[in-house]
Write a protein that binds this ligand. Structure first.
Ligand SMILES: Cc1cc2nc3c(=O)[nH]c(=O)nc-3n(C[C@H](O)[C@H](O)[C@H](O)COP(=O)(O)OP(=O)(O)OC[C@H]3O[C@@H](n4cnc5c(N)ncnc54)[C@H](O)[C@@H]3O)c2cc1C
Length: 310
C-alpha cells in the first residue's frame, strides 16, 4: 500500500505543471466512460515525467499513463493515484537521407499525422496505421497494428523514462514486440514511459503508398463508424479471429445497460446510451464467458481495463 498523501504533496511541490484533483476521465477517452482521477497531470516538460517516476519509485502510488484514450476504459468512481496524460508531448523531427527517412516523434504525437505525413512525402511503412486513432506512445506501448503489420516493424529506437526516473535509449533488438505487445510497456504497472521513438520509412513511388493505403482502407470497411468505442474489445487468439468466435457464440447485439456489442462486427463494444464503465466491463466479461462456454477459447481483452477490482 502507498503512504497516504505524502506523495501528493511531493508531486505538488516538485512538478512544474499543474497537479489537478478529481479530473473527469470520460471526456478523455473515445468510449466516453469512467470516473475521476484522484490526481491528473499533463506535463509539457519531460523532466516532470522523470520527477514523477522518481517520487513514485519511493511512494508506490498507482500510476496510469494516458495517450489518446482510444484503447482504455477507466473504472467508475474515483481512480486512486495519478493519471499522466501525454497529450502535450507533440514534438517531432523528420530527417531524410537518400531513400530512407527517420521520424523521431514524442509520445503525444497523433498516429494519424504519421500516416498523413509519410503519405504526403511518398514514404512507405505507416499505411497499416490508416484508421487507427490515438498517439504514437499508445501505439508503441500496445504494438498496435493491422493485418500482419504493427508499430514494432517501424521502430529503430525507443527513448523511455525508466521506473527510477532515469532516461534510457533502447535500440531495436534490445526489446521484443509481438502481437499487441511490447516488452517495455505494461498497462497495469507502468515500468516505462515512452518519451519518444524513432521510426524508419522507405521512399517508394506515391502510387505504391496509395495502393497500400487502399488495401488497409478496404479491410476496415467492415468496422462500425461514428460510434463511441475503443476499437477491438479482444485480441485474436492464435490462428483464429475473436470477431468470428464472438459471432458464432451469439454475442452480436448483446447489451448490458448502455453498452452494446456491435451488430456489424462482434469484436466492437460501444457506448450507445450513456453506458457506465461498469456496463462496458460486465459486457466484456459476459462475452468472454459465453465464448468460453461455447468454444472453449478464453479470449483476452485488447482494451485496457484500468482501475477495476478484478
Ligand atoms: C475506431 C477505432 C479503431 C481502432 N483500430 C485499431 C486497429 O486497427 N489496430 C489496433 O491495434 N488498435 C486499434 N484501435 C485501438 C487504439 O486506437 C490503439 O490501440 C491506439 O494505438 C492506442 O493509442 P492511444 O494513444 O489512444 O492509447 P491509450 O488508449 O491512451 O492507452 C493505451 C495503453 O497504452 C499505454 N500508453 C499510452 N501512452 C503511453 C506512453 N507514452 N508510455 C507508456 N505507455 C503508454 C496506456 O497506459 C494504456 O495502457 C482502434 C480504436 C478505435 C477507437
Amino acid at each position: 500500500m502507498w503512504k497516504s498523501d505524502v506523495w501528493k504533496s511531493e508531486l505538488k511541490k516538485n512538478l512544474a505543471c499543474p497537479v489537478e484533483e478529481k479530473r473527469e476521465l470520460a471526456p478523455l477517452s473515445t468510449l466516453g466512460v469512467g470516473g475521476r482521477s484522484e490526481l491528473f497531470v499533463e506535463p509539457t516538460e519531460m523532466r516532470d515525467v522523470s520527477v514523477l517516476f522518481q517520487i513514485r519509485n519511493k511512494e508506490r502510488f498507482p500510476l496510469y499513463i494516458l495517450g489518446g484514450g482510444t484503447n482504455v476504459v477507466f473504472a467508475d468512481g474515483e481512480l486512486k493515484g495519478v493519471v499522466l496524460s501525454t497529450r502535450r508531448f507533440r514534438g517531432w523531427r523528420w530527417d531524410v537521407e537518400d531513400t530512407v527517412a527517420i521520424l523521431e516523434a514524442e509520445a503525444g504525437c497523433a498516429l494519424p499525422s504519421v500516416v498523413s505525413h509519410t503519405r504526403k512525402e511518398g514514404f512507405t511503412g505507416a499505411e497499416f496505421a490508416q484508421g487507427i486513432p490515438g498517439t504514437v506512445g499508445g501505439a508503441v506501448a500496445g504494438n498496435s497494428g493491422a493485418g500482419t503489420k504493427s508499430m514494432g516493424d517501424l521502430l529503430e529506437e525507443v527513448t523511455a523514462i525508466e521506473e527510477d526516473g532515469s532516461v534510457r535509449k533502447w535500440k531495436r533488438g534490445e526489446f521484443d514486440y509481438s502481437y499487441r505487445h511490447c516488452s517495455l510497456f505494461s498497462s497495469f504497472s507502468p515500468g516505462h514511459f515512452l518519451a519518444s521513438c524513432k521510426m524508419k520509412f522507405r521512399k517508394v513511388p506515391f502510387t505504391e503508398v496509395e495502393q497500400n493505403l487502399e488495401v488497409f482502407r478496404r479491410a476496415r470497411a467492415s468496422q462500425p463508424r461514428g460510434v463511441k468505442s475503443a476499437g477491438c474489445a479482444f485480441k485474436n487468439p492464435r490462428g483464429d479471429s475473436a470477431g468470428r468466435l464472438l459471432d458464432i457464440s451469439g454475442c452480436k447485439g448483446l447489451r448490458v445497460g448502455g453498452a452494446v456489442v456491435s451488430e456489424l462486427h462482434a469484436n466492437f463494444v460501444f457506448n450507445r446510451d450513456n453506458a457506465t464503465a461498469t456496463d462496458i466491463f460486465r459486457l466484456i466479461e459476459s462475452c468472454r464467458d459465453i465464448v468460453f462456454q461455447k468454444t472453449g477459447v478464453r479470449l483476452e481483452p485488447e482494451i485496457k481495463l484500468l482501475g477495476f477490482e478484478s
